[in-house]
Design a binder for this molecule. Structure first.
Ligand SMILES: C[S@@+](CC[C@H](N)C(=O)[O-])C[C@H]1O[C@@H](n2cnc3c(N)ncnc32)[C@H](O)[C@@H]1O
Length: 131
């Protein structure tokens, strides 16, 4: 993220991530109007309960305020399902059907509902070149 440009352009910049690593925290220290929000935004938390396959919308509560001018989704869409799918894998459990696709769809739908201008930074294709 071009933090210098964002911090100079907007009154307040919130960096949302499930985890904020030290290099990102160090970089942001230079900008008093940049803050961190720790949040899991796949919307799949309910799926961790038995039988529930609901994808919720975490984006509305996080950035649905009409005061928010710009939302940049820079998580790279294909990464969103990784943690939830790992959660099931590490417990030897089968994830709800189509979980990864529904997480991606839910994220796009959530972005589409926001009144703010949205910038989506993502991958559109995966090429597996084998071993
Ligand atoms: C490609 S990196 C982008 C990092 C940062 N936005 C940037 O532009 O430098 C993907 C980021 O998405 C975050 N991420 C992946 N799945 C997430 C989830 N379910 N909830 C919140 N953040 C997630 C990861 O922690 C990681 O920092």
């Amino acid at each position: 993220m071009p933090l210098d440009v964002l911090a100079a352009t907007f009154r307040e910049v919130r960096l949302v991530d499930a985890v904020h690593l030290r290099p990102a925290r160090r970089q942001a220290r230079a900008y008093p109007n940049v803050t961190f929000v720790t949040a899991e935004i796949s919307g799949a938390a309910a799926c961790f309960h038995d039988g529930d396959a609901t994808i919720t919308d975490p984006l509305g509560p996080l950035c649905g305020d009409p005061e928010v001018d710009l939302v940049i989704s820079a998580n790279v869409l294909s990464q969103l399902p990784i943690l939830p799918l790992d959660w099931f894998g590490s417990r030897g459990r089968v994830p709800p059907p189509d979980l990864g696709r529904r997480i991606v769809r839910g994220h796009l739908d959530g972005l589409g509902r926001l009144s703010a201008r949205v910038c989506l930074v993502t991958d559109v294709e995966q090429v597996d070149k084998g071993p």
